[in-house]
Design a protein around this ligand. Structure first.
Ligand SMILES: Nc1ncnc2c1ncn2[C@@H]1O[C@H](COP(=O)(O)OP(=O)(O)OP(=O)(O)O)[C@@H](O)[C@H]1O
Ligand SMILES: [Mg+2]
Length: 710
């Protein structure tokens, strides 16, 4: 069997090089484990799962690529890479009334019920990238944020939980009456430790109060409901509707904790509104960008339609600029249409357009299909000369049954698709005939392919219409329209340090901060407004400062600050995506904001080539930059990411990693930069007996093939 073909069948040919480099042939393939796959650089859990299923099929003699269905039992075990400190959202779910069931049912039937329930949990949480850590009878412990973090792990957990309670209620095993489960969710810092136990019982120890809190919250939940901790609630903002359950005493915790019941996803479509708009700080800078957008708006109003491509890294302020432009146009007559892409609907056909239609038509959850059709007809009649055909197509897109109310749609999916796109475009034409239109397409990096195709048509169509289209996206998305007529690309840069300082002061309500605190926040946040906001709020909430005469004062030296909980997941997600290189980034985090190549080479436990590769990747990922050439190079972190404590492995592991076996490792021509940086956010105390004085110069690392970043 050819390894390349095998990978191609799975759609995973990108790993062929790694497989060949590591001498994986047809003989070795069936014995590969999850651990091996991680070693091969297969960082994505989904890809590993796909390969492991195919390997299991190989072992069983089935053809490669055979799907084996959703796995029961814990998800593939990640590579143990030492203890690691990270934020986790932990879900604990339990089957209601299982004790009663066990006395009522025959053991075989009980096994079937529990099996169906476990299968349902495994399948549901897998859809949101949850990691089933452990089955405990009818209880299941699930992690979101491990082994792969995502920027929205808390949101994933709550979505999974709400879906799960519905799916368990819909289970109809032959032998049991109705089933229900209860779910508890908590978020917090934990240390994910070494593997304990062996075989089936093997699990990765997680130390911290979060799993216990999740289990206790589960105990508080009514059957079929989801209870979340206050930390989780803060992370998910207004994405869901909640019931405030107040402060509840929890066994084992010194104080009562605030808890919430998550009821259902909220009607707020804009992630910016749901997650940020609650506490908007005054706008700082960005006048030029807003002016440019307003100039394009003026041109568009004359009938010379414009597209502005607003790009930038997460948290840089794309949505905030769009919100400011909307505010500035508030008193001008115009029509505003907003499309929102969602990380959960990347493969969902025309999702942003379908969701916009539902909002514009004013669908309510309880509306019967006929009422929805009436609303759609009324909406489309405003802009379409043939509202019956348009309504039939859009109703089909939204899954509203038309029950023979309109002529039948074409049977061929391709024709139906083209007609749907045409109907959506006609709607835009119709609206633009009335008055100028501001079209906002948010987060295009999450768009599905058909929406992108339609957006392509929109960019083309609006050139002769009074329409300004603003498309926002992160750098991973490459728009096809750059350089076209009437298209302007606007890439947002980070705030300057003066602007960042103004933002800190504005968040503090105009009260001045002690210079040391202000400088530290500005330096740590590197001009990303989201980071500035969150870190400033963390400092204000920490009680380190007191207010006096309209200013903040610090009573003593400022201790090290932790990464705000709201940033942990997205920062960890970036690191996790680096796969094995993460360890080098973590070692760097322990060494400080700036360290010498020699020190890294001494402690990184990698060959020169491996270290060169790892650093190349970190440079390419924008996490570090360097001055000079190895071996005399200095490495600097370019974002706050690599110098904030929780990104490092846990303290003990970092110290273990960074302390050389012998002081000779620290030999350097540049003792200042060769020692762990005392200003690192992770301050490391030297081992007893380890001299911090410069040592005799030993063997220099040979020149590496690490390239100059351009
Ligand atoms: N110039 C600014 N002045 C004040 N606050 C700002 C500014 N820019 C951004 N912010 C604030 O920073 C936070 C992040 O901004 P925003 O949500 O607009 O980022 P984004 O680029 O849209 O990120 P994402 O890619 O995650 O959608 C928001 O709370 C926003 O209000
Ligand atoms: Mg945004």
């Amino acid at each position: 069997m050819n390894i390349g073909d095998w990978l191609r069948n799975l759609g995973l040919e990108r790993y062929e090089h790694a497989f060949r480099e590591n001498d994986i042939d047809a003989e070795v393939l069936p014995s590969l484990t999850a651990k091996d796959l991680i070693g091969l650089g297969v960082a994505s859990i989904g890809h590993r799962r796909r390969m492991l299923d195919a390997i299991a099929a190989l072992r069983a003699g089935a053809p490669s690529g055979t799907a084996l269905g959703p796995a029961l039992g814990p998800s593939p075990e990640p590579e143990p890479s030492g203890a690691e400190r990270r934020q986790l959202t932990v879900m604990f779910c339990d089957l209601v009334g299982s004790t009663a069931l066990s006395s009522q049912l025959d053991p075989e039937d009980l096994r079937e019920v529990i099996g169906a329930y476990h299968h349902c949990v495994a399948k549901t949480v897998a859809g949101f990238d949850g990691f089933v850590a452990k089955y405990m009878g009818d209880g299941v412990l699930v992690y979101f944020g491990y082994p792969q973090a995502h920027e929205n792990d808390a949101e994933r957990a709550v979505m999974a939980a709400l879906k799960l309670v519905g799916s368990v209620a819909a289970l109809r095993p032959r032998s049991a009456a109705d089933l229900a489960c209860r779910v508890g969710i908590a978020t917090g810092l934990v240390v994910v430790g070494d593997l304990v136990g062996s075989g089936e019982a093997q699990e990765r120890g997680v130390v911290g109060e979060t799993p216990n809190l999740a289990a206790r919250l589960q105990g508080l939940a009514e059957p079929g409901t989801v209870i979340i901790s206050d930390a989780t609630r803060r992370l998910v903002g207004d994405l869901f509707e909640y019931r405030d359950l107040g402060a509840v005493a929890i066994r084992g915790l010194p104080e009562a904790v605030l808890v919430w019941q998550a009821i259902q996803p909220s009607a707020v479509e804009s992630r910016f509104e749901a997650l940020r708009a609650g506490s908007l700080s005054p706008l700082v800078g960005r006048e030029e960008e807003i002016e440019l957008l307003l100039r394009r708006w003026s041109r568009a109003k004359e009938g010379e339609g414009q597209t502005v491509l607003l790009s930038g890294e997460p948290g840089i302020g794309k949505s905030r600029i769009v919100a400011s432009v909307q505010q500035r146009l508030h008193d001008e007559p115009h029509t505003r249409i907003q499309y929102f892409c969602s990380p959960h609907h990347r493969d969902s056909f025309l999702h942003p357009f379908a969701a916009q239609m539902e909002r514009a038509a004013g669908f309510a959850r309880e509306d019967a299909p006929a009422a929805k059709l009436d609303k759609l007809e009324e909406l489309l009649a405003q802009s379409d000369e043939n509202p019956a055909e348009a309504t039939a197509l859009i109703a089909d897109l939204l899954g509203v049954p038309a029950d023979g109310r309109y002529p039948p749609l074409p049977a061929e999916p391709q024709r139906r698709r083209q007609q749907t796109l045409a109907a959506l475009l006609r709607q835009l034409d119709g609206l633009a005939r009335g008055r100028a239109v501001l079209l906002i397409f948010e987060d295009a990096h999450w768009t599905d392919s058909t929406s992108l195709e339609l957006l392509d048509l929109v960019v083309d169509r609006i050139r002769r219409l009074p329409v300004l289209l603003v498309v926002t996206f992160r750098p991973e998305f490459t728009p096809a329209w750059v350089g076209q007529a009437q298209v302007t690309a606007l890439a947002l840069s980070r705030l300057g340090s003066g602007e960042a300082a103004s933002l800190v002061n504005a968040i503090g309500g105009g009260k001045s901060f002690p210079p040391e605190v202000l400088d530290r926040i500005v330096a740590r946040t590197d001009g990303i407004p989201l980071f500035v906001e969150e870190l400033t709020k963390t400092v204000l909430e920490s009680g380190l400062l007191r207010e006096e005469d309209g200013q903040y004062l610090a009573d003593g030296p400022l201790p090290e600050l932790a990464i705000p909980s709201s940033l942990q997941d997205s920062l960890m997600a970036r690191l996790d995506r680096l796969g094995p290189v993460k360890e080098v980034a973590q070692t760097g985090a322990a060494l400080g904001r700036e360290f010498s190549y020699k020190l890294m080479a001494a402690v990184a436990r990698r060959t020169e080539e491996q270290l060169g590769d790892a650093l190349d990747q970190l440079v390419a990922a924008g996490l570090v930059f360097r001055r000079g050439s190895p071996p005399n190079a200095t490495i600097c972190s370019s974002t706050p990411l690599s110098r904030m404590p929780p990104i490092a492995p846990c303290y003990a592991a970092a110290v273990r990693n960074c302390m050389p076996e012998s002081p000779r490792c620290l030999n350097s021509n540049s003792p200042r930069s060769a020692r762990p940086n005392p200003n690192s956010w992770l301050t490391i105390s030297p081992k007893p007996g380890w001299s911090t004085e410069p040592q005799n110069i030993g063997k220099e690392p040979a020149n590496t093939r690490w390239r100059d970043p351009q």
